[in-house]
Design a protein around this ligand. Sequence first.
Ligand SMILES: [Zn+2]
Length: 79
Amino acid sequence: MNRKYTIKLKIELCIQPLFCSICGLPILPNQQISLDHYIPLHYGGSDTAANLLPAHKICNTIKSDLMPVEFEKSKRELY
Ligand SMILES: [Zn+2]
């Protein structure tokens, strides 16, 4: 990731309201945030911005290393 893109991403993350990519709820300032790997590292996902989405830390822990399709199937049971 080049420096210009990194800075742009940081600014966008600071300005825009953040929503959890897993549960869809807003991430409030008093909640712990983490970056979800959309495609888990275990399945060959990368650490690039295109594969990283903001998420509540607890939601990311629950999602663990499930692929997006696998997680969507089990999401109704979790939420
Ligand atoms: Zn969440």
